[in-house]
Structures are given as structure tokens and as C-alpha cells.
Design a protein around this ligand. Structure first.
Ligand code: AQP
Length: 340
């Protein structure tokens, strides 16, 4: 893990709440893979505690954890370059979470957009874990004193809250113990891949309609079918019209997986109202199939090798606990939990 040009610590994770989709890949995992070659220390974990805030199914959790882990590795995460571990293998995280809860205010947690959205979901139990989700996420990040956090745009507000808690801790303990973590994406801004339902929301693992997301484990046939069925409008009638959410979703994906010249050509056709969505969808389906097929095949290969998966997280857990222990020891000291 030496000789990497950027001397910073990076940390991120995904929740094992279902099948990993293109948004998770493009918004997060793809960056993890590039960062492991550039950033001195990279921690990437499976956020299994986080999944319990909304998904409580003891039969499904192990399947989702193993598949998420296999997905990390299939996408190119290398345990020799990055520290890959399970959140629940670090007992220091619940301890820091508990202590950070004393620095989080009820009002600011209730105002969090994702909390407000989640509690509107029919059938969703509003447990305390859901309310304090941003505190657990803050613990995940600052446990390693990370400064860069590769996440999608949907996590921007949570990250802002992490900075608030870290700064409040520093202020109240009269220290500069925690650095301020910043969101990170290659390119100009954090990415948001939209759902294929044409409503403008983000692609999500827990969307009940599986047609709204492209999963990394989808077959070629499923990918093609989903793109063909993606909701669009009837086409622009005025030149230079703004993109409607359905077509914005398709262009958003195309920007990431297709040849830039071809994308520019379709955008030009949209601007001058000559676009035929059928052709655009065919092109996108073809490009996506090429993009996803090799990842899918590797996921299936790796997920059957449970011994390998176990050895990766055992090794990663050991290293992550080392860093986590140092941080929690420092926090305890600053809070005066240090009696004799
Ligand atoms: N649509 C998206 N576009 C770009 N990035 C996205 N991410 C999620 N959806 C998109 C990024 O993926 C990483 C892992 O997300 P997560 O599993 O921690 O939770 P999430 O953001 O809540 O993802 P989902 O897919 O929507 O899961 P569910 O349905 O379980 O809530 C994060 O970096 C996230 O930004």
C-alpha cells in the first residue's frame, strides 16, 4: 500500500439491501476501484448494520452480504490495495456511534431529507436507527479519520452532517481530533443515476419494481428489455427543450457507458427534435450489455468461493480494527473516559 500519490485516507461502503445496481457502481464502486491506486489508504466496507435500519431479514442478509462483497471484488477492488471489511466486524463502530450520538441534535436528524423520505414509505417502521442513520454513517467515516468519501449525490446531506458532528466534537473537546471529510467523485460533480420509471427519482436497490433499475447481475436479455421499457415522453417538439426525466435517465447512463461522440450525436438530435428514442434505446442497450456482462460473470464466479470471501474480510477486518481502535482510544481520552 505504499507509493500512492495522494497521501489521504478514503472510506466508503454500500448497504447489503439487495442487488447492486448501475447507480451504486457508477456513483460509488467505480471510484473506489480507481482510488485504490491513487490514495494512500482506502477502506471499503459492507454496511451490514446500516441495512438493518430498513431491511430486517435474517435469511436474506447473508446472501446480500456475500453478493455485495463478491460485487466489490468483481468490479476490481483488490484486497492487496484496499482494506475490505464488514462493518459488523468492528466493535469500535457501535462505540463511536454511541458517543457521537451525544453530539447529534434531534432536530437536525429529523430534518434530514432521506429520513423524511423513508418515513413516508408505506409500511416503513420508524425506528431510532433510521433517525440516527447519519450518526452511524459519520462513525463509519471518522473512525478512520478519512478525508475523502466516494459517494453518489444522494449522500451529500449525510456527509454534511458528518462534518457537523466531527466539527462539534472538535469544538466541544477543544481539539482538532477529526479532519473534515469531503465527498469525492472523478469528474466535476457527484453522480446521480436516475430510475427508469421516468419520474426523476434515483435508481435504488429497494425499488419494488425491478424494471426501474439495471442490476450488475442482470442478464443481457434483462438489460435490453429494461432499456426498451424505460419510460420516456413522446419526443421534443421545440428546439433545445430541456430534458424530461425519462430521457435524462437514459442520457445519464449513456454519458457513463457509451462512446462520447455517439452521445453527443444523440444529444444534438434531441436538441433539433429529430431524435428517435427507439434507436437511442437500441444503442444504449447494446453498450450497457457490453459494459455489464464481464462484471456479472465475475460476480457469479466469485460469490461461490465463500472461503475466499471469508479470507478477504478476515484480513481486512484486522487492519480496519487497528485504525478504529486508535481513534476510539483518542475519543475516550478527549471525553474523559479515562479514570485510573
Ligand atoms: N442512483 C444512484 N446514483 C448514483 N449513486 C448512487 N448510490 C446509490 N444510488 C445511486 C450510491 O451508492 C452507494 C451505496 O449506496 P447504499 O447502498 O449505501 O445506499 P443508498 O444510497 O440508499 O443506495 P440504494 O441503492 O438506494 O439502496 P436502498 O434502496 O437500500 O436505499 C452510495 O455511495 C450512494 O451514494
Amino acid at each position: 500500500m505504499e507509493n500512492k500519490p495522494i497521501k489521504e485516507i478514503t472510506v466508503s461502503g454500500i448497504r447489503p439491501t439487495g442487488k447492486v445496481h448501475l447507480g451504486n457502481y457508477l456513483g460509488a464502486i467505480k471510484n473506489f476501484v480507481t482510488m485504490q491506486d491513487e490514495f494512500e489508504t482506502c477502506y471499503y466496507f459492507i454496511a451490514d448494520y446500516h441495512s438493518l435500519t430498513t431491511h430486517n431479514n435474517a435469511d436474506l442478509l447473508p446472501v446480500n452480504v456475500r453478493r455485495s462483497l463478491a460485487t466489490y471484488l468483481a468490479c476490481g477492488l483488490d484486497p492487496e490495495k484496499a482494506i475490505v471489511y464488514l462493518q459488523s466486524d468492528l466493535p469500535q463502530i457501535p462505540e463511536l456511534y454511541l458517543l457521537l450520538n451525544m453530539f447529534a441534535h434531534k432536530g437536525e436528524l429529523e430534518k434530514c431529507t432521506t429520513f423524511k423520505e423513508k418515513i413516508r414509505t408505506p409500511g416503513q417502521t420508524v425506528n431510532a436507527g433510521l433517525l440516527t442513520y447519519p450518526v452511524l454513517m459519520a462513525a463509519d467515516i471518522i473512525i478512520h479519520k478519512a478525508t475523502k468519501v466516494p459517494v453518489g449525490k444522494d449522500q451529500q446531506q449525510h456527509l454534511e452532517m458528518t462534518r457537523t458532528f466531527a466539527n462539534r466534537f472538535n469544538h466541544l473537546t477543544n481539539s482538532d481530533f477529526f479532519p473534515e471529510p469531503q465527498g469525492f467523485s472523478y469528474g466535476n460533480s457527484l453522480i446521480k443515476i436516475l430510475s427508469l420509471d421516468g419520474k426523476g427519482g434515483k435508481m435504488s436497490k429497494s425499488d419494488e419494481n425491478e424494471n426501474n433499475a439495471i442490476y450488475l447481475t442482470d442478464s443481457d436479455k434483462e438489460i435490453t428489455k429494461k432499456i426498451k421499457k424505460a419510460k420516456t415522453d413522446t419526443g421534443p417538439t421545440e428546439k433545445n427543450s430541456p430534458l424530461t426525466p425519462g430521457i435524462e435517465a437514459l442520457f445519464g447512463i449513456m454519458d457513463c457507458v457509451s462512446n462520447p461522440e455517439i452521445v453527443a450525436d444523440y444529444k444534438e438530435q434531441y436538441a433539433n427534435c429529430t431524435i428517435k428514442y427507439g434507436y437511442l434505446k437500441l444503442q444504449l442497450a447494446e453498450d450497457l450489455v457490453k459494459y455489464i456482462a464481464p462484471i456479472r460473470e465475475t460476480i457469479f464466479e466469485i460469490e461461490n468461493n465463500q472461503e475466499y470471501l471469508k479470507s478477504v474480510v478476515e484480513k481486512g477486518g484486522e487492519k480496519a480494527r487497528e485504525s478504529a481502535t486508535k481513534t476510539v482510544d483518542g475519543v475516550r481520552k478527549l471525553l474523559g473516559i479515562n479514570y485510573f
